[in-house]
Write a protein that binds this ligand. Structure first.
Ligand SMILES: [Zn+2]
Ligand SMILES: [Zn+2]
Length: 246
């Protein structure tokens, strides 16, 4: 645990309050969620998109979600934990915009349990980077804290400085898949300071939320060009499988 995290742990003991509603819980609760909130989250069901991991209806006759049937991806596979809804939004808003960076470790634990269900082997955990100006303003990169906890649990290196975001991009909210793709064109690169050998390396990219996959795609493209082997994504939440309104 770093000094910053130790300080935060003292200020906000992460296992005493539910990360979603703030009610008092005991330390035995999974992920620091009270029972009521754990039940309200939209945990993934049996049926998920065989490419991006988005949650599909049990009666869906497709193996792929609507997005994955329209667009190819640069990553090999992606996994997620919950579908983005009211409670998931609340947790992520607190985590990203209200300074509650300690939530990241709990999300990292959730990611660990999720990826442990899969027969995947990785060499390196890579968080999706933020632009340094944005990270400086927020004080932390939410993907990095989650990835660091996941890496600790998986006993793998967390290559936080491997990728960098070289271009400030428009907020993705409200953009369609193609616009998202264009918005991220050339936004990432391998950091010049990075000493990681990427040839044939199996990489797990970590982000907080998966919408159309354009962020994971843009990162995967750069890693692929640098010689990476299998590239997977892992996010806390994913958007719903809904075709966009025409
Ligand atoms: Zn709660
Ligand atoms: Zn999909």
């Amino acid at each position: 645990m770093g000094i910053l995290e130790k300080g935060l742990e003292a200020l906000y003991p992460s296992s005493i309050y539910c990360v979603s509603c703030g009610s008092i819980i005991d330390a035995t609760r999974n992920y620091a969620l009270c029972d009521a909130c754990a039940e309200k989250l939209h945990w993934l069901g049996q049926k998920t998109c065989s490419r991006c991991g988005k949650i599909l209806n049990e009666e869906d006759r497709h193996d792929l979600c609507w997005d994955c049937r329209q667009f190819a991806h640069d990553f090999d596979r992606s996994y997620t934990c919950v579908q983005y809804g009211l409670y998931e939004r609340g947790i992520l808003m607190d985590y990203k915009y209200r300074g509650k960076s300690y939530i990241g470790r709990k999300l990292g634990d959730i990611l660990y349990d999720r990826i442990s269900l899969e027969e995947e082997v990785f060499d390196l955990i890579v968080p999706v980077p933020m632009h340094r100006k944005k990270e400086a303003k927020r004080g932390y990169n939410q993907a990095k804290i989650m990835a660091a906890q996941l890496a600790r649990r998986m006993k793998l290196p967390c290559a936080a400085g491997l990728l960098e975001r070289v271009r400030e991009t428009l907020p993705m909210k409200g953009l369609g898949a193609f616009e998202r793709h264009m918005n991220l064109e050339g936004a990432f690169r391998i950091s010049r300071q990075s000493h990681y050998e990427l040839k044939e390396k199996r990489i797990l990219l970590v982000d907080d939320i998966y919408t159309t996959g354009s962020t994971l795609d843009a990162c995967s493209k750069v890693l692929r060009q640098a010689g990476a082997g299998r590239i997977c994504g892992l996010t806390f939440a994913c958007g719903a499988n809904i075709p966009p309104k025409q």
